[in-house]
Ligand binder design. Structure first.
Ligand code: NDP
Length: 283
């Protein structure tokens, strides 16, 4: 059962698990596109979450649903908390009853970004409400013995507007694009991440795991995209983070150390080149 089957990651999870022979059911909220196998549920409806899980009795539950708009979370705190934290509590409660294996997806934004290369045992300290809500969601998920919490970073794909896609679209049109050289993170394509989650699920990993891409600044990632597209790098303008119009504070370096994940996953899920190539294939 995939919560968030209409999202970037969720849609690839449905595809990858189906291709691997699993019978998959998903849930969406507002966007039924590409979600034929999905059931509509709003995660603010706590009772329905439990009813649905208890009715379907899935062996594996993956929660890829979240209120992911970081700036909107800063303003709509109640909704953000309901979806990113409270709903996880309900998923855990129901999972416990039927002994499902739960995989919950979390974020690099649980860290304050003062150091970078965060390992699983580094102390979280979120700098915005999104990060805080996700940290509470993690705590609920980890309170259940049969769970894995996967922290990731900068998930991208062609399915949604995000920074790498904006760079591709701008470069394709020959339009200049601002990219900060002061914010570092570990971006990964949603398909790479979904493939990792399938591996992790098959191995029945329990606990906390960082699954993300190589550490890059937004500027470096934009240069990599230009290089792989064979377009003019001069179109990418390095700017300071103060010039970005964000409502919520961002961690300066939220990059994740994924060395533990590399011991479980036997393919290259992390290199910027491989991840960007998936985007350039229209995935
Ligand atoms: P998307 O924003 O692409 O998708 C979010 C999913 O959550 C959609 O299926 C959406 O449904 C669903 N959803 C949102 N609100 C509700 C609600 N109230 N009730 C039910 N479903 C809801 O997310 P991604 O695929 O990018 O992210 C997947 C996971 O990875 C999330 O846990 C996120 O926190 C985490 N993550 C993402 C990062 C990123 O850069 N995107 C970075 C680090 C971690 P619908 O579209 O139908 O409304």
């Amino acid at each position: 059962m995939v919560f968030g089957c209409s999202g970037q990651l969720g849609s690839y999870l449905v595809r990858e698990f189906s291709n691997a022979g699993y019978k998959v059911v998903g849930t969406y909220n507002s966007n039924p596109i590409g979600s034929e196998k999905c059931i509509k549920i709003n995660l603010k409806d706590k009772l329905m979450i439990e009813d649905l899980i208890l009715k379907l009795k899935p062996d594996i539950i993956i929660n890829a649903a979240a209120f992911t708009d970081v700036d909107a979370c800063e303003v709509n705190r109640d909704e953000c908390y309901q979806v990113n934290a409270e709903a996880v509590k309900r998923i855990v409660r129901a999972s416990r009853v039927i002994n499902s294996y739960l995989i919950h997806i979390s974020t690099d934004y649980v860290f304050n970004g003062n150091n970078g290369y965060y390992k699983e045992d580094h102390l979280p300290d979120p700098v915005n409400f999104y990060g805080l809500s996700k940290l509470i969601g993690e705590a609920y998920a980890l309170s259940y013995d049969m769970s894995a919490v996967i922290r990731t970073s900068g998930v991208f794909s062609s399915k949604k507007q995000n920074f790498p896609k904006l760079v591709v679209d701008s470069l394709a049109k020959g339009v200049k694009i601002n990219a900060t050289h002061e914010i570092y993170y570990s971006p990964i394509h949603a398909l790479s991440l979904a493939r990792c989650i399938l591996k992790i699920s098959d191995k029945k990993f329990y606990g906390l795991l960082h699954v993300a891409g190589e550490r890059v600044s937004r500027y470096e990632l934009a240069l990599k995209i230009a290089e792989l597209m064979g377009t003019d790098k001069e179109l990418i303008i390095p700017v300071s983070q103060n010039q970005m119009s964000w409502k919520a504070k961002r961690p300066i370096d939220s990059s994740l150390d994924f060395s533990k994940a590399k011991t479980l996953i036997d393919f290259d899920f992390y290199s910027s080149s491989n991840n960007v190539k998936l985007l350039l294939q229209g995935l």
